[in-house]
Ligand binder design. Sequence first.
Ligand SMILES: Nc1ncnc2c1ncn2[C@@H]1O[C@H](COP(=O)(O)OP(=O)(O)O)[C@@H](O)[C@H]1O
Ligand SMILES: [Mg+2]
Length: 154
Amino acid sequence: MTESSAPSPGPIVLWLSSRYENLELGQAVLEYVCRLRGIENDAEHWIGVALREALANAIKHGNRQDPSRRVMLSLGGSANDLEIVVGDEGEGFETAAVADPLAPENQMKTSGRGIFYMKTFMDDVTFSRDERGGTVLTMRKHIGSDQKKGVQTR
Ligand SMILES: Nc1ncnc2c1ncn2[C@@H]1O[C@H](COP(=O)(O)OP(=O)(O)O)[C@@H](O)[C@H]1O
Ligand SMILES: [Mg+2]
């Protein structure tokens, strides 16, 4: 069986308690999925940055680091389209009210770039709310053949 016809697993769904240590666990599962799908290291690196920012927001802003509140992480999609969903048990927020990190008055700030990074590295980023009001973040990344291991681009 060739790499491209290998079945894609998942979705893999994890429920994590709201501790920063669990960022590593999310990262480890992402590595596993990327290895299985043949996603090359550079793409994996940038998807990993987006995932860390998403999980950190769910833990910090959504669940306010309350370890009894859980963060849902789902890694799914198809062989050529990775879908990451991160859900939290917070109160949600208005995306329109989030400050633009590229505005001159914000450029010296060290925070406020997480959502910007996610939108930069991923192809599609959408926020919605679940029935309890918590944030559901869905990110997609198209995995082209040039982002698969073993493919010669020149
Ligand atoms: N899951 C979430 N629940 C509630 N608020 C959120 C969530 N994710 C992001 N936010 C809000 O959006 C803002 C911008 O997030 P981000 O770009 O990651 O910057 P930072 O986390 O450094 O503040 C946060 O400060 C917070 O107010
Ligand atoms: Mg953040």
